[in-house]
Write a new protein. Structure first.
Length: 125
């Protein structure tokens, strides 16, 4: 981020906001991820009382054109938006329970039986 930026808020101007995903990875590639982003943008819009004039959501970055919220700044809007979307997207990507992992890998035995038979072989390696 460039140094010496001066943010000017409180004049009722429109703000063009651009941000990218972590390491420009395409976290917004799926339609479900984009839906989550738009749901959270709508929630924030109603909570903070700002208008969204236009937006573009691409797989790895977003452009927003918004007016200033009444009791907050565009920086606060972005912070809350990114935090909420990240939490919801991470919630969806959590690991499957252990029993599902064994079934996915084709091991139709119980986890206890698998560990009893596989651990001794793994420790020898």
């Amino acid at each position: 981020m460039p140094t010496g930026l001066k943010r000017i808020y409180g004049r009722g101007h429109l703000h063009f906001l651009t941000f990218s995903c972590y390491k420009r990875l395409p976290f917004l590639k799926s339609s479900r991820a984009r839906e989550i982003f738009l749901e959270e943008l709508g929630r924030l819009r109603s909570e903070l009382g700002f208008r969204v004039i236009g937006y573009v959501v691409m797989p790895e970055h977003v452009h927003l054109l918004v007016n200033e919220p009444v009791g907050a700044t565009p920086s606060i809007v972005l912070h809350r938006l990114k935090l909420r979307v990240a939490k919801r997207l991470r919630k969806r990507r959590r690991r499957a329970p252990t029993s599902q992992l064994f079934a996915i890998r084709g091991l139709q035995r119980s986890p206890a039986i698998f560990l009893a038979t596989a651990l001794p072989r793994l420790q020898r390696v």
